[in-house]
Design a protein around this ligand. Structure first.
Ligand code: SF4
Ligand code: SF4
Length: 151
């Protein structure tokens, strides 16, 4: 568990598909294309001039930084509020769950594990929650595995 990846809302960045799956896949693709010599010919392939710097940046710099370092939606109301209230995670806030969590808990757009995860945080503390996230990570879990996609 790397505590810098603990998000205010109760998610854990390293269990997000972007960090767990997409970033490593981008790095693998970039490395394979480099090995195959694509860097020398990419500009001759339609769209390659835009694609290559994008892929290179994904491979070398990653796709996002942690929630606490400003990754994700810059207008996230949960993060703005939690920072103002100086809470480490919202589950420890005296008014949790506030109305800002309504959308998170809607099955059509939200994160099905979040409510239970935050209950664990509140009832058993951060160590128990961290163990759950680490166990999931070892098993290849990502939040989007369980997410209900609308439409
Ligand atoms: S930006 Fe908001 S929704 Fe995203 S991880 Fe942080 S608190 Fe959660
Ligand atoms: S009121 Fe509390 S639970 Fe709601 S977003 Fe702000 S810090 Fe989090």
């Amino acid at each position: 568990m790397d505590k810098k990846y603990i998000c205010y809302c109760g998610l854990y960045c390293e269990n997000c598909a972007v960090m767990a799956k997409v970033a490593p896949a981008a790095k693998m693709l970039y490395d394979e294309l480099l090995k195959a010599g694509f860097e020398d010919v990419i500009n001759y392939i339609p769209g390659g001039d835009g694609f290559w710097p994008f892929l290179k940046s994904m491979a070398e710099e990653g796709l996002c930084v942690s929630c606490k370092d400003g990754g994700g939606n810059p207008g996230c109301a949960v993060r703005i509020c939690a920072k103002e209230k100086d809470v480490e995670v919202c589950a420890f806030c005296e008014t949790y769950p506030c109305e800002k969590f309504d959308a998170f808990f809607q099955q059509s757009v939200g994160y099905p594990t979040l409510k239970e995860d935050n209950a664990l945080l509140w009832e058993q503390g951060i160590e128990a929650w961290a163990k759950l996230q680490d166990d999931r990570r070892s098993n290849g879990f990502t939040y989007s595995d369980d997410k209900q996609h609308g439409g």
